[in-house]
Design a protein around this ligand. Structure first.
Ligand SMILES: *Cc1c(COP(=O)(O)O)cnc(C)c1O
Length: 415
C-alpha cells in the first residue's frame, strides 16, 4: 500500500493498526470472517471506477462489456451454490448489504402498512425483520414470534400468531439463533395464511451452500443473505428467488432502492462464490460446525448456560442471567483478554439492549485461521478463566498473553 502511505499516512497507519488487531486478537464475533487475499484483490480493484446501472446486457451506461462478464459469473455461481433439484431460481448480486437485500424483497412484495411477521429482535431476530427502530418496522405493520422457554422456535406458536395476524410476508432467519430452521414447517404455515415466505440466511449461508444446514429452497419464495459471514466473501448482500419472481425483485433493487451497483464488490462476491464451490470450502464448513460443538460442550461442562442448551450451527449464546456480570461486562473483560465477542440479548432479557445478559460466540473466523478442536477446547477454557476473573486485570492480561501466543501460530490468510 505504498501509494496510500505516501498520500494519506493517517489512514495508512490506522489500517496497519487494524491489520495488527485482526492478526493478534482472537476473533469470535459470529458474523465476522477473514476473506481470502484473492477476494480482497478483486474488491480493491479498478472496478470501483465503473458505473453500471441496470443488469448485464441492459445497462444505462456504455463501456460495460467487461463488468457484464463479472456480474454474470457472480450470478451463475450464486445460483449454483444454492439451487436444489426441481426448483428454478435466479439471483441478484447487487444489494450493497444484507439490510438492502431485505429492503428490496419488501419493496418487491409489500405495500406500506402490510403485515410482516418475523422473529423478535431480542429473541435473535434482525433489525430488518420489523424492529421499530428500522424502516421495516416503520413502513410495514410488523408482528413477531418468539422462542419458547427452551430457547427454540415453537411452530405451534408461529402458526397461532400467523392465524391471528394474517401476515402478507413471513420472515425466517436470525442473527442469534443457534438451531436449524424448519423451512418446510414455515412453508405450511405460510400456505395456510396465503403469505410469501422469505428466508434470511445471512448467518448460515456458507453452511447452507455446503449442505451443513437445511436449504430454504424449494420452500422459500425469496432467500436473502449477506456475503461476508459464514460465506466468507466481501461485505455485501445477495437475493435469490424463484425464477418467476426475479423481474419484480430486480426492479426493486434498481431503480427501487439503489443506484449503481458496486462492481468491485460484485467481483469479490464472484471470487468468494467460486471459492465456496470448491471441496475445500465444504471441509472448512464442517470444521466450523465441529469447532462450535467443541466450544459449546466445553463451556457447558464448565457450568455455563447456553441458550437452547447447545448449537446446531456456527454460533452459541451464553446466558448470564444467573451471573454477577452482564453481557457488556463480559464483552469488555474478554476484550482485555484478547478475545473479541459481542454482547447479545438473551430470551426473556431483563437488562437493556446496551447492557444485555449474554454474549454471542462464533467459530467461522478462528476456523479460517486453521484452528481445530484442540484450540476450540483451549479457547473455551480461557473464556471460562477470563470470565471467572472478569474484575482481575492480572488474570485478563495473563489470558491475553496465551491468546496472542496461539494466534501467532495461526496466521490469517490474506493478511
Ligand atoms: C447480518 C444480518 C443482516 C444484515 O446485514 P448487513 O450487511 O449488516 O446489512 C441481515 N439479516 C440477518 C439475519 C443478519 O444476521
Amino acid at each position: 500500500m505504498s501509494a496510500l502511505e505516501a498520500t494519506d499516512p493517517d489512514i495508512f497507519h490506522i489500517i496497519q493498526s487494524e491489520r495488527r488487531r485482526q492478526r493478534e486478537d482472537l476473533e469470535l464475533i459470529a458474523s465476522e470472517n477473514y476473506t481470502s487475499a484473492a477476494v480482497m484483490e478483486a474488491t480493491g480493484s479498478v472496478l470501483t471506477n465503473k458505473y453500471a446501472e441496470g443488469l448485464p446486457g441492459k445497462r444505462y451506461y456504455g463501456g460495460c462489456e467487461e463488468v457484464d462478464k463479472i456480474e454474470e459469473l457472480a450470478r451463475s455461481r450464486a445460483i449454483q451454490l444454492f439451487q436444489v433439484d426441481g426448483c428454478e431460481i435466479g439471483a441478484n448480486v447487487q444489494p450493497h448489504s444484507g439490510a438492502q437485500a431485505n429492503g428490496a424483497i419488501y419493496l418487491a412484495t409489500l405495500k406500506p402498512g402490510d403485515v410482516l411477521l418475523g422473529l423478535d429482535l431480542s429473541n435473535g431476530g434482525h433489525l430488518t425483520h420489523g424492529s421499530s427502530a428500522n424502516s421495516s418496522g416503520k413502513i410495514y405493520h410488523a408482528v413477531h414470534y418468539r422462542v419458547d422457554a427452551s430457547g427454540r422456535i415453537d411452530m405451534d406458536q408461529v402458526r397461532e400468531v400467523a392465524l391471528r395476524e394474517r401476515p402478507k410476508l413471513i420472515m425466517t432467519g436470525a442473527s442469534a439463533y443457534p438451531r436449524f430452521w424448519d423451512f418446510a414447517a414455515f412453508r405450511s404455515v405460510a400456505d395456510e395464511v396465503g403469505a410469501i415466505l422469505v428466508a434470511d440466511i445471512a448467518h448460515v449461508a456458507g453452511l447452507v451452500a455446503t449442505g451443513h444446514h437445511p436449504n430454504p429452497f424449494p420452500h422459500a419464495d425469496y432467500v436473502s443473505t449477506t456475503t461476508h459471514k459464514t460465506l466468507r466473501g466481501p461485505r455485501g448482500g445477495l437475493v435469490l428467488a424463484k425464477a418467476d419472481r426475479m423481474k419484480g425483485l430486480n426492479s426493486a433493487v434498481f431503480p427501487g432502492l439503489q443506484g449503481g451497483p458496486l462492481l468491485h464488490v460484485i467481483a469479490g462476491k464472484a471470487v468468494a462464490f467460486g471459492e465456496a464451490l470448491r471441496p475445500s470450502f465444504k471441509d472448512y464448513s464442517a470444521k466450523v460446525l465441529e469447532n462450535a460443538q467443541v466450544m459449546a460442550e466445553t463451556l457447558m461442562e464448565q457450568g455455563f448456560a447456553l441458550v437452547s442448551g447447545g448449537t446446531d450451527n456456527h454460533l452459541m449464546l451464553l446466558d448470564f442471567s444467573e451471573r454477577p456480570y452482564s453481557g457488556k461486562d463480559a464483552e469488555e473483560a474478554l476484550g482485555k483478554a484478547g478475545i473479541t465477542v459481542n454482547k447479545n440479548t438473551v430470551p426473556n432479557e431483563k437488562r437493556s439492549p446496551f447492557i444485555t445478559s449474554g454474549v454471542r460466540i462464533g467459530s467461522p473466523a478462528m476456523t479460517t485461521r486453521g484452528m481445530g478442536k484442540a484450540e476450540a477446547r483451549q479457547i473455551a477454557l480461557w473464556i471460562t478463566e477470563a470470565l471467572e476473573g472478569w474484575q482481575k486485570p492480572e488474570v485478563l492480561a495473563s489470558v491475553r498473553q496465551r491468546v496472542q501466543a496461539l494466534t501467532a501460530g495461526f496466521p490469517v490468510p490474506g493478511l
